[in-house]
Design a protein around this ligand. Structure first.
Ligand code: NAD
Length: 352
């Protein structure tokens, strides 16, 4: 049997946890190290997931010879510097969304990836969500004819992370944080749109519900593809009741609807409530629709299994997960912001 692939996670909180739990379900990998500047969070994480090595400074961790893949689960503004340091140290990279917070940083990541030749895996989990994988295969077999209109959104009542409320840490608001999922999935299906029109609540006092957030708490982008197909992507922080992730695809011969967060077979009525229903749900009393296996239904488990299989040469990397894809998806989000700011349609270069 081949030696196990060794993972070092950077960022020991929310995303770090669902990555650590999902890596556990992947054959032939082990998480050997974690880095976090919050020493208490890191120590608790090491204990919880039985991780032998901990680092305060990720620069020390990326030099560790006992790591093959650096898994980037830190706030958005650090994605570029951590990914670049890891690639320059010869490590492969898995990086959470968004690819970067600026196009300049994104370009640098693509450049260093090409220079170093390491594997870079952009972690858009929707590409691996079982409902959307099945949807894609039904579309490919012609089950709904030619898709002409796609609509996707992620929404909840606001990120838990203090970093997500400041533009310098996160690059924007609900658009870059949430709508980047449907943007990534639609890019994976259709490639680059030709034009983008965006409208966003403009942050602070202009927000619909969250004046304390610097970034927008609501945003949509209308994407037009070369063949005329339209897609609407939406991200909003004005949704109570738990995270709501949905996709609708309208084809010439049919319609497809996917509900990633509430579309499950379990309903519960509870007088006193119980531990956990679904991400960002405020409470669990009364009737609820708890997620059955959130890490599976949102795609994290299959995503990380795919990345490790790619590293082993067993699978071909899926289109929406390359560094170039991550960068193009960021370009779509950037175009939404530009259009919303300037009040006009933005044309995108398609070959990029
Ligand atoms: N794919 C998804 O559905 C999904 C869901 C949630 C978060 N995310 C992404 O995961 C990333 C992390 O988000 P989160 O919710 O876990 O944030 P978080 O605030 O819960 O955790 C971030 C952790 O990074 C640590 N950190 C900060 N600076 C660091 C540094 N220089 N070195 C090492 N550690 C450092 C913090 O101390 C903290 O423990 C974000 O980019 C977010 O977009 C993705």
């Amino acid at each position: 049997m081949n030696a196990k692939i060794k993972i070092g996670i950077v960022g020991a909180k929310f995303a770090g946890s669902f990555h650590a739990e999902s890596w556990r379900t992947v054959r032939n990998v082990e998480v050997t190290a974690v880095s976090d500047i919050d020493d208490n969070a890191r120590d608790a994480f090491m204990k919880k997931y039985s991780i032998p090595k901990g680092y305060h400074d990720y620069m020390d961790m990326v030099k560790d010879k006992d790591i093959d893949i650096v898994d980037v689960c830190v706030p958005n503004f650090l994605h570029a510097e951590v990914s670049i340091a890891a690639m320059q140290a010869g490590k492969d990279v898995v990086c959470e969304k968004p690819f970067a917070t600026t196009l300049k940083d994104g370009e640098k990541i693509v450049e260093i990836r090409q220079k170093t030749g390491v594997n870079y895996f952009y972690a858009e989990d929707w590409i691996f969500a079982p409902a959307l994988v099945r949807a894609q295969s039904i579309i490919e077999e012609g089950g709904i004819g030619k898709p002409v209109y796609l609509k996707g959104k992620e929404s909840h009542s606001g990120s838990h992370s203090p970093f997500a409320q400041k533009i310098k840490y996160c690059g924007g608001g609900a658009m870059i944080h949430l709508a980047i999922h449907p943007a990534g999935f639609f890019y994976h299906l259709l490639g680059m749109p030709e034009t983008v029109i965006g409208s966003c609540s403009d942050g602070g006092q202009n927000n619909l519900m969250h004046p304390q957030f610097e970034g927008e708490d609501w945003g949509i982008g209308i994407l037009k593809f070369k063949d005329g197909t339209r897609a609407v992507i939406e991200g909003n922080y004005v949704t109570r009741g738990g995270m709501d992730d949905t996709v609708e695809i309208y084809g010439t011969e049919g319609v497809l609807k996917a509900d990633l967060t509430f579309g499950n077979p379990l309903s519960i009525f509870s007088m006193d409530g119980y531990g956990y229903a679904v991400e960002k749900a405020e409470f669990t009393k009364g009737w609820t629709r708890p997620a059955v296996d959130e890490h599976a239904s949102l795609g994290y488990k299959d995503e990380l299994a795919h990345f490790s299989a790619c590293k082993e040469g067993l699978e071909k990397q899926r289109r929406g997960t390359t560094a170039e894809a991550g960068f193009n998806i960021l370009r779509i989000i950037d175009a939404v912001y530009r259009s919303s700011r300037e009040g006009k349609k933005v044309k995108l270069r398609i070959d990029g």
